[in-house]
Design a protein. Structure first.
Length: 486
């Protein structure tokens, strides 16, 4: 028997290889460095991310598959590469001073962020359901460890354990769903083959729907959609704040990348069925997230419920299942990355050592004590609420327009009503900062250059793509051309 090795090109997975080698290099440097000596692992991580970004720019415009059809080479994947790299880079920048405040200088922290980013890239580019699952597990295992990074902190231990247990359940649902689809399709899990195979045997229709339902449950856990959101507030509160920021943006973006690709490519024949389910999930998710956020006094828990609500808006884009819906999904995920990471950057600066000030009432009088921080936080709150001229407003406008274009008028109305509810708890922070006397003497804030850069860059980005959305819209439109059925 002749062994045939399929042709492949390592350049196709250049960003994956770069980040993997960089993560291994950080681990080796950490192991070989003299005890007690500080090595600037963050700069090594940032260098790796910069090289990966350049490689992604070089790949932009490529099309097709590689590695025996297991990996897609398309602008949809590359667009998400940029989101993951941006999220990881901003997380690295806000992490160094944060870790030093806790007395930690751990090389494995930065290595885990890079490994998680590699897993996200696999999810975005996977052309086979097992490849997507492999990426999901690489990402998840790294984030499980990151959530429990502070081993002496009971809250961090609790966050890691809850995330591990519920994340394992979601992985099991995904695997069961893939097994059902494997049987219904006659033995394939390639996304290109599934549309043709799944409709070939009408007797398998119920098995197909069962498989799709299980996939929705699995992806629902990862994007924190109701009723699979129960882990989110506790994990976001207990995990280190820099890790919470990374989870809130990059992990959600990776889950939606795989979610959208699988459902838009593999299940166009049963679109009516899965969009109906997602309609219900979108309404429940944004409503539960916004209503629960109203009563939160811990800023991290408030942002956790906010993250749940935003997952509902993103599900609206998937329900629309048209070109504008796909474009709005990509645009909103990038905008959400900027405004959420910026908000968490301010939370870290205000929280100080060991997150002492994370109650929303600790922000009272911040406008007088630290006007720059207060102005930045107000901008991010306006963006999350969807107030013009921020990126949040444009993103919601695209999503609601896509829903109306697809005929989901009531869904758009419910989305607008939920946005109005969210204005209350977002603007409550602004009211506390500017209209209430200080309840805690925060004293001088130590602005590290990296953390200052994160807040400044994200604030500028939120305004720039809100005022001039055309360029990003065109890039997103170019990326979603791979979905011919939209």
């Amino acid at each position: 028997m002749n062994l045939i090795i399929p042709s492949f090109h390592l350049s196709s997975i250049g960003p994956w290889l770069t980040l993997t080698v960089t993560a291994i290099l950080i681990l080796v440097l950490d192991a070989l460095s003299p005890k007690g000596r500080k090595i600037c692992f963050s700069w090594v991580a940032l260098a790796g991310l910069a090289v990966a970004a350049l490689q992604t720019i070089g790949l932009w415009g490529s099309s097709g598959t590689d590695f025996a059809r297991m990996v897609y080479l398309d602008n949809f994947a590359f667009f998400f590469y940029f989101i993951f790299i941006l999220g990881a880079a901003l997380t690295v920048l806000i992490s160094r001073q944060y870790l030093e405040d806790y007395g930690k200088n751990m090389g494995e922290y930065y290595a885990l962020i890079l490994f998680a980013t590699v897993g996200m890239m696999l999810m975005a580019a996977g052309a086979h359901l097992i490849m997507i699952f492999l990426g999901l597990e690489i990402m998840s295992i790294a984030v499980y460890v990151l959530a429990g990074l502070f081993r002496e902190d009971l809250r961090s231990n609790e966050a890691a354990l809850k995330y591990l247990i519920l994340g394992s359940f979601s992985s099991a649902f995904l695997l069961f769903g893939m097994a059902m689809l494997y049987g219904a399709s006659g033995g394939t899990l390639f996304l290109d083959d599934l549309p043709l195979r799944l409709g070939a045997d009408p007797a398998m229709a119920y098995l197909v729907l069962l498989g799709i339902g299980l996939l929705i449950v699995g992806f629902g856990f990862k994007v924190a959609a109701a009723p699979f959101h129960m882990w989110t507030p506790d994990v976001y509160e207990g995990a280190p704040t820099s890790v919470t920021a990374f989870m809130a943006v990059a992990v959600k973006a990776a889950a939606f990348a795989a979610f959208a690709r699988v459902f838009f490519l593999a299940f166009p024949a049963v679109k009516v069925d899965w969009t109906t389910v997602l309609w219900v999930l979108a309404v429940a998710t944004m409503t539960i997230g916004n209503v629960a956020a109203l009563s939160q006094t811990n800023i991290k828990r408030m942002l956790a419920y906010s993250s749940i609500a935003h997952a509902g808006y993103l599900l609206m884009a998937m329900v629309a299942a048209n070109q504008l819906g796909a474009i709005s999904l990509l645009y909103y995920l990038l905008a959400y990355t900027l405004m959420n990471l910026g908000a968490f950057g301010v939370v870290i600066l205000v929280g100080r050592k060991k997150d002492r000030y994370i109650n929303i009432y600790d922000y009272s009088g911040l406008g007088a004590q630290h006007p720059v921080l207060a102005a930045s936080m107000a901008l991010f709150m306006f963006a999350l609420a969807g107030i013009p001229p921020t990126a949040g407003f444009v993103g919601k406008f695209y999503i609601f327009s896509a829903a109306i274009q697809a005929g989901y008028i009531w869904l758009a109305i419910i989305g607008v009503m939920n946005s109005l509810v969210s204005v209350f708890y977002y603007l409550r922070i602004t009211v506390l900062m500017y209209m209430k006397p200080a309840e805690a003497d925060l004293g001088p804030v130590v602005f590290s250059p990296a953390q200052t850069a994160v807040v400044a860059l994200t604030a500028a980005g939120v305004l720039a793509i809100g005022i001039f959305p055309g360029c990003l819209y065109n890039l997103a439109m170019n990326a979603v051309k791979i979905f011919p059925g939209l």
